[in-house]
Ligand binder design. Structure first.
Ligand code: AMP
Length: 189
């Protein structure tokens, strides 16, 4: 099984690259952000619970996110592999993924870390906000998302660095060039 985590700050292009990666390698794609947006649109119990925090740029609770992940992983154990986008976002989530994976005799093949300078990230998200309809693509929420990223998500990098599975990818350039770099990295693991 090929199990990939695509990691990076908000606006790094994780979702864009994931669309190509999942098709090329035939992976079960799990984007916690996308799943939570669907829950909000459908006004489910989870959706109503996370609506305010997500709109303001904060992180949803680990419990909610982990219940989503557990469900999707255990229901797709026969797939070619998983592609996680936007997860794990806290060290606790990373630890719980480790446990869920070892319980199911799975392992993470690689963590692709998209690297993009902050000024480009802000520009990209403001541009995306013109058409995305996302409540969190405005300047106040974007600032809050960066603070959450620095405080809670960045430490996840050290977690995977210590396991020697972290692969930095230059996230600036054309979508095609970045995708080619990603494929070369995946094909060489
Ligand atoms: P994304 O689409 O990955 O940018 O996620 C959008 C928003 O959904 C984030 O700013 C968080 O509020 C929430 N979210 C997505 N994934 C997670 C996660 N793994 N843990 C906590 N909150 C999350």
């Amino acid at each position: 099984m090929l199990n990939i985590i695509i990691f990076g700050p908000p606006g790094a292009g994780k979702g864009t690259q994931s669309e190509f990666i999942k098709d090329r390698y035939n992976l079960t794609y799990i984007s916690t952000g996308q799943i939570l947006r669907e829950e909000m649109a459908a006004e489910t119990e989870i959706g109503l619970k996370v609506k305010e925090i997500i709109s303001s740029g904060g992180l949803a609770s680990d419990e909610i996110v982990l219940s989503i992940i557990e469900n999707r992983v255990t229901n797709n154990l026969n797939s070619n592999g998983f592609l996680f986008d936007g997860f794990p976002r806290t060290v606790r989530q990373a630890e719980m993924l480790d446990k869920l994976f070892s319980d199911n005799k799975l392992s993470i093949s690689t963590v692709l870390s998209l690297e993009v300078p902050e000024d480009i990230l802000v520009e990209r998200m403001l541009e995306r906000g013109k058409t995305s309809g996302r409540a969190d693509d405005n300047i106040d929420s974007i600032r809050h998302r960066f603070v959450e990223y620095d405080n809670k998500t960045k430490p996840v990098l050290d977690f995977y660095q210590d396991k020697n599975i972290l692969k930095p990818i230059n996230g600036v350039g054309s979508i095609e060039d970045i995708f080619n770099n990603i494929c070369n990295t995946i094909d060489s693991i």
